[in-house]
Design a protein around this ligand. Structure first.
Ligand SMILES: *[C@@H]1O[C@H](CO)[C@@H](O)[C@H](O)[C@H]1NC(C)=O
Length: 239
């Protein structure tokens, strides 16, 4: 087992830590550990300047816990991408490819399992690029995930995505006229996964709903408390 995987078993949230602390490039899972609920792969936001330690979930632990508590038989991990990298373009590009590798290798190991990919902020950009492919000016290109995975990837959940654009069927939240800093020019490439995607973006989040209004970007930090339960309810409707 590579990375750290958590699962809910008989009401107890267990933590299985790995013997290998270097981030793995794939995720292969013994068949007796395949999720019977969902397998959630969560990509956190960029590490802040003063952040210490190596926490691949950070504030997204709250959503992981809710998924594990409310969807029995679920497993989850934080994607070990370079969330501490200075170069966020490299982090998004390499992270999107890493996420694709995690999804495809996991489903090769566990073909009957359902996967949800979840991302916050920088992790939202890489999650959407991993699914739809890149179509933002300035972001390094990644090809879309093969649409044959649409039946297994039942949730694509993002909070505060810098590639956000208005008027998409998968948009959730209060942003109706703003744009992400790196708007997605070809949302049509997301179409095979459209019924799985929920992109949360609120007014006041200057990263996904630029430029109005200016309130110190408070909305960018409010998604977990406001929407985690809605996310879990959505995932349940997709199973
Ligand atoms: C997607 O996967 C299918 C089934 O494995 C394959 O036949 C097809 O060529 C793939 N498409 C692309 C664009 O790679």
């Amino acid at each position: 087992m590579l990375g750290t995987i958590r699962f809910h078993f008989l009401g107890i949230v267990a933590v299985v830590s790995s013997l290998v602390f270097h981030p793995a490039h794939r995720q292969n899972v013994p068949s007796d550990q395949c999720a019977t609920g969902v397998h959630a792969i969560i990509s956190r936001g960029q590490a802040g300047d003063g952040e210490t330690g190596w926490d691949p979930l950070n504030v997204m632990v709250s959503l992981q816990n809710l998924i594990l508590e409310q969807i029995p038989g679920s497993t989850s991990l934080g994607l070990p991408y370079q969330y501490g990298a200075q170069d966020k373009f490299v982090a998004v590009h390499d992270g999107a490819q890493l996420l694709q590798n995690y999804v495809t290798s996991y489903l090769a190991s566990c073909p009957e399992s359902k996967v949800v990919v979840v991302g916050y902020s920088l992790g939202a950009c890489l999650t959407m690029d991993a699914i739809c492919g890149t179509s933002s000016v300035g972001l390094n290109p990644v090809a879309a995930l093969n649409s044959t995975y649409a039946s297994s990837v039942v949730g694509v959940i993002v909070y505060g995505d810098e590639t956000f654009i208005p008027e998409q069927s998968w948009n959730v939240g209060t942003c109706e006229i703003g744009l992400g800093i790196f708007p997605r020019l070809d949302p049509g490439s997301c179409e095979p996964f459209a019924s799985s995607i929920q992109s949360y973006c609120d007014i006041g989040d200057n990263q996904c709903c630029s430029p109005l209004p200016l309130d110190n970007n408070a909305a960018h930090h409010a998604y977990m408390a406001k929407y985690n339960q809605g996310v879990v309810d959505f995932i349940r409707t997709r199973l």
